[in-house]
Design a protein around this ligand. Structure first.
Ligand code: FEO
Length: 399
């Protein structure tokens, strides 16, 4: 059965949600599902902005056909060629054989790579700043490379001041009827997923996001229509502020995330003791995460949120405990930077994880490592408790 929602009298959301997929990109857990947004503009000409993942193809085609009625689809604008948005392009062609597909040169390289149909027959190549007249509506195209792939562009509709923003401003989470930011409690119900989506999907490309924000800052934007999650029509400043912080790698909060690995509870014991003494010293915003049981995408999101990290890990095979190493490797791959970090190492005969974690952090930009690095030999003793107290003092002083 068709379900769509009007963004305005002429713009219709024709996307859908997948609540069955366990892992987005076969990597990231999405217990709240994910939406694939697609938008139709109805004017003298009709234009569809992006398609959807194959998982919701039947619903999507039904939505598109019902929204158009007996009208043809004149244009498909392809803002992004990742398959969660481009997988159903070819399915439109039997219904709309005269469809013009609008994209830039890189878009069409990718369409040729993903598809075998006669792309040239349908192609309308645009470049930075080009416009497409639909009647009363005009779409103007701006490239936004690496937000999140190199071909990405965003489309700005000038009459209604709508930015079709591709992956930017998107989030994990299915759309449960409520499509607009003023219909949900975003801060309570969506922000954690939005941060995790940004950090893990787009997080590596902070400078490119900053470039896109700068490019778009001259536009008068009333509504943001992303490819995932709610449509923004009320509190755009809230999300723009988050994107500005995240893409500059500035922490959102003065907060301490204690991320620990512990094989038999001794390193966890030190982490707990540190958390207690931080709380007793008046630190309000403390979060603890066992890196063995917390998905690394959640840990990455915490790095985007918190000003301070404490990494506590045993030495394992003369290296860093694997779950912690994986976390550090992900931080490095995403080019995370600009945090204050405390370290706790443990080792029964040759504690080395502190030195090795330090080396990983020193390969990232602007990571400030606090002294002392706390050393446990097997379990907490009086001397390591003293070091822990000194680390607590260093954290409090730097908050
Ligand atoms: Fe939602 Fe980069 O795809």
């Amino acid at each position: 059965m068709v379900y769509t929602r009007n963004v305005s009298n002429s713009v219709v959301w024709v996307g859908g949600s997948d609540r069955r997929l366990a892992l987005f990109e076969n990597l990231f857990p999405i217990p709240r599902g994910v939406s694939y947004n697609s938008y139709m503009i109805l004017d003298e000409k009709t234009a569809l902005l992006d398609t959807v993942d194959s998982s919701i193809a039947l619903q999507f085609i039904e939505n598109v056909r019902a929204t158009l009625g007996d009208r043809p689809l004149d244009y498909l604008i392809v803002n992004h060629m990742e398959p969660d948005h481009c997988a159903t392009i070819e399915m439109l062609l039997p219904y709309y054989p005269n469809l013009k597909i609008v994209g830039n040169q890189k878009t069409f390289q990718m369409i040729q790579q993903f598809y075998d149909f006669d792309v040239d027959k349908h192609a309308l190549v645009v470049k930075e700043g080009d416009a497409l007249e639909l009647g009363e509506h005009t779409l103007r195209f701006y490239t936004a490379p690496m937000v999140h792939w190199p071909e990405v562009m965003v489309s700005y509709e000038e009459k209604e001041k709508i930015l079709f923003s591709a992956d930017a401003f998107g989030t994990f989470g299915a759309v449960d009827g409520a499509l607009f930011d003023d219909e949900v409690n975003f801060d309570k119900d969506w922000l954690v997923d939005a941060r995790r989506y940004y950090g893990n999907i787009v997080g590596k490309y902070g400078p490119q996001v900053q470039a896109a924000l700068k490019k778009l800052s001259g536009l008068d934007i009333a509504t943001i229509c992303p490819l995932h999650g709610p449509v923004w029509r009320s509190d755009l400043g809230y999300l723009l502020n988050k994107y500005d912080l995240w893409s500059r790698y500035e922490p959102e909060e003065k907060a301490v995330a204690i991320c620990y690995a512990s094989m038999y509870g001794n390193t966890e014991n030190a982490a707990n003791l540190l958390a207690n003494s931080l709380a007793e010293a008046g630190v309000k915003n403390i979060a603890m995460h066992d890196v063995s049981s917390t998905h690394v995408s959640d840990l990455i999101a915490e790095v985007f949120r918190c000003s301070h990290l404490v990494l506590a890990a045993p030495t394992y095979n003369n290296g860093i405990y694997p779950a912690m190493y994986n976390f550090l490797h992900d931080m490095e791959a995403l080019q995370l930077r600009n945090r204050t970090v405390g370290l706790i190492q443990n080792g029964t005969w040759n504690p080395a994880s502190g030195k090795l974690m330090r080396a990983e952090l020193e390969s990232m930009k602007d990571m400030r490592i606090l002294e002392p690095v706390v050393t446990l030999k097997s379990s907490l003793k009086a001397d390591s408790k003293e070091q822990l107290e000194a680390l607590k003092d260093a954290i409090v002083a730097s908050l």
